[in-house]
Design a protein around this ligand. Structure first.
Ligand code: HEC
Length: 151
């Protein structure tokens, strides 16, 4: 009896992490489910290295306000507008994803160049605003899809 209860508890414990992992990608992939809360909440991506994870957090803090995913149905000018995402959608006209985190072509060098020099209305960030170590981490995070790209 006791053994059966223990086995059931162990089975439940084994299932719990699976359920939470299944939830996470759906939230990020389905724009209809994003709100101002979900899009500003950093989501742990289990496959990230420690440096990429550091980059994800720094990205959320310094880049996401302009380069985030736009919430569906957001009132213009009221939280849902993303200057970087809008500008890049205009620039690439669907040839590349407008959201930086979905790009598969970014190299660490490109990311670091744009951040230290700025482009268009994007301001450059000084080392006192974003350290080299944090920028290296952001560059590792944004170029993570490049290696996975099928070529
Ligand atoms: C104040 C808003 C703003 C912030 C903050 C911002 N960006 Fe940008 N970013 C832009 C805009 C707007 C563009 C497009 C500029 C253009 O081409 O006219 C852009 C362009 C870029 C590009 C060039 C992409 C391409 O293919 O042309 C990169 C890379 C980039 N940003 C990375 C970052 C990173 C990394 C951060 C955080 C450290 C960041 N940006 C923070 C607004 C911003």
């Amino acid at each position: 009896m006791r053994a059966a209860a223990l086995a059931a508890a162990a089975a439940l414990a084994a299932l719990a992490p699976l359920a939470s992992q299944a939830e996470a990608p759906e939230l990020s992939a389905n724009p209809e489910r994003s709100s101002s809360w979900t899009i500003f909440t950093p989501r742990a991506q289990p496959s990230l290295s420690a440096e990429q994870r550091r980059g994800e957090i720094a990205y959320q803090a310094r880049c996401h306000l302009c380069h985030g995913r736009e919430a569906q149905g957001a009132t213009p000018g009221f939280g849902g507008r993303m200057a970087g995402t809008e500008a890049l959608r205009e620039k690439y006209q669907g040839k590349k994803p407008a959201v930086l985190e979905e790009r598969t072509d970014l190299t660490p060098e490109m990311v670091k160049y744009y951040v230290r020099h700025g482009v268009g209305i994007m301001p450059f960030l000084r080392k006192t605003e974003l350290s080299d170590a944090d920028l290296d981490a952001i560059a590792a995070y944004l170029s993570r899809n490049r290696l996975k790209r099928a070529r």
